[in-house]
Design a protein around this ligand. Structure first.
Ligand code: NAP
Ligand code: GLV
Length: 309
């Protein structure tokens, strides 16, 4: 059995070494050195090109190197009937949990304002509410949203969540579907976005949504840039409707030097590093799915191409 590795950003040698420990009999090929196309049964992909995956007539599994598959679904024609799995891994989850906790506290404890006072050599104290006086709204209560909610609850925040289907997470009030969105937003002092980018969520964070948040709310987006109408976000920051935004993701990545987001007031940008795919733990999970495919079992974490996640 052969695997074709299709990523222009991930290091193939790291993945080759990681797979050798789990599936020593797997032949690991790296695009464009595809060899005999009919041998390839597994594609491990981050950014496949249009038509690329159609070259392999015996493909049995397309394994995404990312948790989000929006770019994959948009960029390439998928061979019919081949399951696509997304990346779900404890280390990826831990990375996002840390990033969300870090930037929620950063907003809650007004770190950006203290940094500005420090630059001005101004010893200035600000009011500090307790965590239990702040409500965090988690947009997206899937693998990452649910896991990120827990440490926030543990240090006292009231966490509420919004998803497509109703959830039953201990202590997290669940809001489901479009009809519940405004009620959820009105109760979100800090809005954390961990939604997938799909046709239903593209541009969801727009002027209307930002206007439904409490005055002076904060936005933390660790999901995808395409969820945000960036001009509307800048306007909300300029008007003070939002007091701060933290973005790990932007529509254009890397963010061009002349992009207005860099110069928006009260914004913190990290370069899509909230949680990075780890080859060691990732290969173990993909190997388990390959084992399942070989045994004729259904792989874990299959993407629903209709829903887009
Ligand atoms: P997931 O398990 O698929 O969870 C997605 C959540 O969003 C689910 O709760 C789902 O609702 C909800 N949702 C989807 N469409 C919705 C809609 N139209 N309305 C309301 N809720 C909707 O995904 P995940 O593993 O948590 O990952 C989330 C996203 O994080 C990924 O798609 C990726 O883009 C991003 N990500 C970013 C980084 C980074 O480094 N910045 C790293 C990893 C992932 P249901 O539960 O009801 O289906
Ligand atoms: C990273 O952004 C991912 O989707 O895993």
């Amino acid at each position: 059995m052969s695997l074709i590795f299709c990523s222009r950003t991930d290091d193939p040698e790291e993945w080759r070494a990681a797979f050798a420990g789990h599936l020593p009999d797997l032949e690991f090929r790296v695009w464009p050195d595809v060899g005999a196309e009919e041998d390839v049964e597994i594609a491990l992909v981050w950014d496949p090109m249009e038509q690329q995956l159609l070259r392999f007539p015996n493909l049995k599994l397309i394994a995404s190197l990312g948790a989000g598959v929006d770019h994959l679904l948009a960029a390439t024609t998928l061979p019919e009937g081949v399951p696509m799995t997304r990346f779900v891994d404890d280390n990826l989850t831990q990375g996002m949990r840390e990033w969300v906790l870090l930037y929620t506290l950063y907003c809650h404890r007004r770190v950006p304002e203290y940094l500005a006072y420090q630059r001005a050599q101004d010893w200035h104290r600000l009011a500090a509410p307790f965590s239990y006086e702040r409500r965090v709204g988690m947009m997206g209560l899937g693998v990452l949203g649910a896991a990120s909610a827990k440490p926030l609850q543990d240090i006292g925040f009231e966490v509420i969540g919004w998803s497509r289907h109703e959830k039953d997470l201990p202590g997290v009030k669940s809001y489901a579907g479009a009809a519940a969105l405004d009620e959820f937003l009105a109760a979100s002092d800090i809005l954390v976005c961990l939604l997938p980018l799909t046709p239903a969520t593209e541009g969801i964070i727009d002027q209307r949504l930002l206007g439904a948040l409490p005055q002076g709310a904060c936005l933390i987006n660790g999901a995808r840039g395409g969820l945000v109408v960036e001009a509307d976000l800048i306007a909300a920051l300029e008007s003070g409707r939002l007091s701060h935004a933290v973005l790990d993701v932007t529509r254009k990545e890397p963010l061009p030097v002349d992009d207005p987001l860099w110069r928006a007031p009260n914004i913190t940008i990290t370069p899509h590093v909230a949680s990075i795919t780890n080859a060691q733990s990732g290969a173990r999970l993909v190997a388990e799915n390959i084992r399942r495919v070989r045994a004729g079992e259904v792989p874990h974490h299959i993407v629903d191409p209709e829903a887009g996640y």
